[in-house]
Ligand binder design. Structure first.
Ligand code: SAH
Ligand code: SF4
Ligand code: F3S
Length: 437
């Protein structure tokens, strides 16, 4: 029998991007063929996110749109996987137009489910919900020739009160350093230049023999050209980690350190386990050791009970720290989380106003920071050619995206002179081939 073709659609964070490649590996091993055009697929797998209401609404909308493909292809299978699928399974809910649902811990069952679908006409679900599993020895099928994610852990049990992740990715499991290094070595053999270690709270890594600074150092001692990690929790950020970043020649001088709020009252209600003073101290220590480090963050505005004064504290700390980049969100009420029961809720209009104010100031900061790069020479890892032939996209040692002109190839490290900004993206010209790896 002809094996079916599949198309993957990914929403959500880097962990979901990794997981989509894991699903690609699991299906390919069973003889299914990946296609890059959804209209050519026999199976569409939507890997979904639950972190904000909007993320779920987009998936519901897209599922509706995909139904038209069934007209030409009556046997089309549409599967919902990932965090939103797990959330629906747990709540006993379903959405229209989906043939199967599988959560993040049961991807190895997808081929079996698809095989069984011919004999079923109702929605198939994997109800079994185990603790997070590690998919030991199963490595994601990469489709990018330069960069790859490698998880060091799966699941989360920090229970920040706004966050649904610990409910849909239950428990915290550490991969063994052996399995991590095996995956890394396999990627390097295939020519991958950049590795980003992943975890919801990546610097909490500890497999009882190796801690996070330890595994970071071990990976940095391979032949990898560029090494980063994502997302760090401020609570687990230690001097030892800062030292390893400082010393690792191939480690990005960048740390993503979600602050979430500048108000101690709100941080406490969020269960973030640090105060703004402790966070500031961490920033000072990091900048002291690595003066040119790029700092990025996540902020939530409009958490239940956030007053104008609390929000002003967030504004102040943003001005003080001057982050190189920030992901900024309006609080989204998630059922099952403990903040869902907190009051008073902040009206949508107030959240929108606060977000706009925050974005305005942060965008100014980013522009100023990027302007400071004009005239400097940067070592850039070239990733791919931009659309419309407008230069190559690459990353500096601070993990900043730049657009460069000149002769090069994906995976090369080139020396670039930054000549200006396009929007706020620094642009430049290649002045030297630099170190080719
Ligand atoms: N584990 C990572 C990522 C979690 S999700 C971390 O700890 O940072 C990424 C970001 O989404 C979070 O940092 C937070 O800023 C935001 N987020 C999570 N839940 C949210 C919610 N209910 N409403 C709005 N933003 C949320
Ligand atoms: Fe969510 Fe907090 Fe875990 Fe991040 S650390 S995934 S914000 S519970
Ligand atoms: Fe990621 Fe969204 Fe799940 S942020 S872990 S895909 S809920």
């Amino acid at each position: 029998m002809k094996k079916k073709s599949f198309y993957l659609l990914t929403y959500g964070c880097q962990m979901n991007e990794y997981d989509s490649r894991l699903i690609a590996e699991i299906l390919s091993k069973e003889g299914y063929k990946e296609v890059k055009d959804e209209s050519k697929a026999d199976i569409i797998v939507m890997n979904t996110c639950s972190v904000r209401k909007h993320a779920e609404q987009r998936v519901v909308g897209r599922t509706g749109d995909l139904q038209r493909l069934r007209e030409d292809k009556p046997g089309l299978i549409i599967g919902l996987v990932g965090c939103m699928a797990q959330n629906l399974i747990d709540k006993g809910e379903k959405i229209k137009g989906v043939d199967f649902m599988v959560g993040p811990d049961n991807y190895e069952e997808i081929p079996r489910i698809i095989d069984g679908l011919d004999s079923l006409d109702s929605l198939a679900m994997v109800i079994k919900k185990e603790k997070t599993i590690l998919y030991e020895g199963v490595y994601a099928r990469q489709d990018n020739s330069v960069s790859a994610f490698v998880p060091v852990m799966r699941g989360c049990e920090n229970f920040c009160t706004y966050c649904i992740v610990p409910y849909v990715r239950v428990g915290l499991q550490m991969r063994s350093s052996k399995d991590i290094l095996n995956e890394v070595r396999g990627l390097l053999k295939k020519g991958i230049k950049e590795i980003i270690l992943l975890g919801q709270s990546v610097n909490q890594y500890d497999d009882s023999k190796v801690d996070f600074p330890g595994i970071l150092k071990m990976v940095s001692e391979t032949s990898v050209s560029r090494l980063g990690f994502f997302t760090s929790h401020p609570y687990y950020t230690t001097q030892k980690l800062i030292d390893v970043i400082a010393e690792g020649e191939n480690i990005y001088k960048w740390i993503h350190l979600p602050l979430q709020s500048g108000s101690n009252k709100i941080l406490k209600k969020m269960n973030r386990k640090y105060t703004k003073e402790r966070y500031m101290e961490l920033i000072s220590k990091t900048r002291e050791k690595i003066p040119n480090i790029s700092l990025t963050t996540d902020i939530i505005v409009g958490f239940p009970g956030e007053t104008d004064e609390d929000f002003q504290e967030t504004m102040e700390i943003m001005k003080e720290i001057q982050f190189d980049f920030a992901y900024m969100f309006k609080y989204s009420d998630r059922e099952r989380t403990s903040a869902y029961n907190l009051k008073p809720k902040i009206p949508e209009s107030v959240k929108a106003k606060r977000l706009a104010e925050l974005i305005e100031i942060q965008h100014k900061i980013i522009r100023i920071k990027n302007e400071q790069l004009i005239g400097t020479i940067q070592e850039v890892l070239v990733e791919y050619k931009g659309r419309k032939n407008n230069g190559w996209r690459g990353k500096t040692k601070q993990n900043k995206i730049v657009v460069v002109e000149g002769k090069t190839l994906p995976g090369e490290i080139v020396k670039v002179k930054i000549t200006g900004l396009n929007g706020w993206t620094p642009c430049g010209v290649i002045i030297d081939k630099g170190k080719n790896t």
